[in-house]
Design a protein around this ligand. Structure first.
Ligand code: FE2
Length: 397
């Protein structure tokens, strides 16, 4: 016997009822209309595979149980009506009767089921918007869901945000990851040091300046976010630099279309090499070709190995690359600020061009600790943190 009420929707959200004003059966679909003009065309097979109560949706997982090979053909709707609470009641030709939550149908009609719907809107910024990242109190973010939500919302909105006042221990990144989602392992390890007193394994571990770049363009899908935690810093120089890739891309699109075209269409082979590794991927510097997909910048000169284009295209490819890098490091787009022990900056590795000014290591020590976490993990945590908030009012009530 069931000791909790059966789920009314194939997910883990609570929706207010949102009774439609009209439902119309068109044999293979149902048209649901609300009084404010919003409507939903619900195809019969989609309704069929979303029947609750262990009919076609499994009660515990809220996932479909039906193999597409077993879809009835044809699926026809005998009748449709509205229940007293506003649920849409469908009678299928096979006699099965199923009810669909009006608020759940409404959330589909409003597009709230789509991936970006529950996330903060992006805000494109340049250096006149702020001089340092939006900053949150680290210990509070580690301890409190509302503080974590505010932090991750800023990270998603601006592409970066900072925590301050954190412990300067190497375990901290794993603790923070444990509150967000799985950290992404790479050939540099799950977490990795960035330290000027190490034997260099990459340009990051020297005192050289790091021009605006994104990490691991050598991968089919470069890491979504990067976290850098400052443990020790007694060196001069070494200011962190950040620029919003969306702003740079927008500027190129509007003012330098020939460069924009070269940067979005001409591919380069990126190449991470070591005695044990050989990671390669070929792609454009600005990878914005899939509609709806997040921007992916591929920009890191130490691992940009080969032009992957005819020689005739290389002069404009190099010219465009020079323009892109100059913009990303310019005063108009780039912010520069000190990295203090106990600070952690989290930024979108595919959107933000990050770097640092040269380090004066004369007698000083600078130890950072870094990790990656993919967009999927962060966006999932954000959605779950907003799941029980009464912020979503579904019209027309
Ligand atoms: Fe980097």
């Amino acid at each position: 016997m069931q000791d909790v009420p059966l789920a009314r929707t194939p997910d883990f959200y609570s929706y207010p009822d949102c009774p439609p004003s009209e439902v119309v059966d068109s044999r293979d679909r149902v048209v649901v209309r609300w009084s404010d003009g919003v409507s939903l065309d619900a195809y019969g097979l989609w309704l069929f595979e979303n029947q609750m109560g262990n009919v076609t949706v499994e009660e515990r997982t809220r996932e479909s149980m039906i193999d597409p090979a077993d879809f009835p053909d044809p699926i026809l709707i005998a009748s449709v009506s509205l229940a007293a609470n506003g649920d849409v009641v469908v009678v299928f030709d096979n006699g099965r009767i199923s009810a669909y939550h009006s608020g759940w149908l409404r959330h589909v009609a409003e597009g709230q089921h789509r991936p970006p719907a529950l996330l903060p809107e992006l805000e494109v910024w340049t250096a006149d918007r702020f001089r340092e990242p939006q900053t949150h109190h680290g210990p509070e973010v580690l301890a409190d869901d509302d503080a974590m939500l505010a932090f991750l919302s800023d990270v998603t909105r601006f592409g970066l945000a900072r925590l301050e006042g954190l412990a300067t221990t190497k375990e901290l990144l794993a603790d923070l990851g444990g509150r967000i989602g799985a950290l992404r392992d790479t050939n540099f390890g799950v977490t990795w040091p960035v330290s000027v007193d190490l034997k260099p394994t990459s340009t990051a571990n020297t005192s050289l300046p790091l021009p605006p770049h994104s990490d691991l363009p050598t991968r089919e899908t470069p890491p979504g976010f990067q976290l850098l935690h400052c443990l020790v810093n007694t060196c001069g120089g070494g200011l962190s630099t950040m620029a919003d890739g969306y702003a740079v891309v927008q500027y190129l699109q509007d003012h330098e279309p020939e460069h924009y075209e070269a940067l979005t269409t001409l591919n380069w082979v990126f190449f991470n090499r070591s005695p044990q590794h050989d990671h390669r991927w070929s792609g454009p510097i600005i990878d914005a070709t899939t509609p709806g997909a997040p921007l992916t910048l591929r920009a890191f000169h130490p691992v940009r190995g080969f032009p992957d284009m005819p020689i005739a295209d290389q002069p404009r490819a190099y010219a465009a690359l020079r323009a892109f890098s100059q913009l990303g490091g310019s005063d108009a787009f780039q912010i520069r600020y000190p990295f203090r022990p106990g600070d952690l900056v989290m930024f979108d590795n595919r959107r933000i061009l990050h770097g640092r000014t040269a380090i004066d290591a004369n007698g000083g020590r600078r130890e950072l600790h870094g990790t990656y976490i993919d967009h999927d993990e962060v966006y999932s945590r954000l959605r779950v943190l907003t799941r029980h908030r009464p912020t979503r009012t579904l019209g027309p009530n």
